[in-house]
Design a protein. Structure first.
Length: 55
């Protein structure tokens, strides 16, 4: 018979580890972006059509 508690605990722990890894990766990337000294800031806008509506 399958040990569902053991399976659930294992899955829960692995998913928790994966989430933590992704959060650390995002934080590291954000810190690299903030500390960058390239001085380039881009603003992206949608162009307006002939009647002032967004295309």
């Amino acid at each position: 018979m399958a040990d569902y508690k053991k399976m659930y605990d294992s899955l829960f722990n692995d998913v928790t580890d994966a989430i933590s890894l992704l959060q650390r990766a995002q934080q590291k990337t954000e810190e690299l972006f903030i500390s960058g000294d390239d001085g380039v800031v881009l603003e992206l806008r949608k162009e307006l059509g002939p009647e002032g509506e967004k295309e």
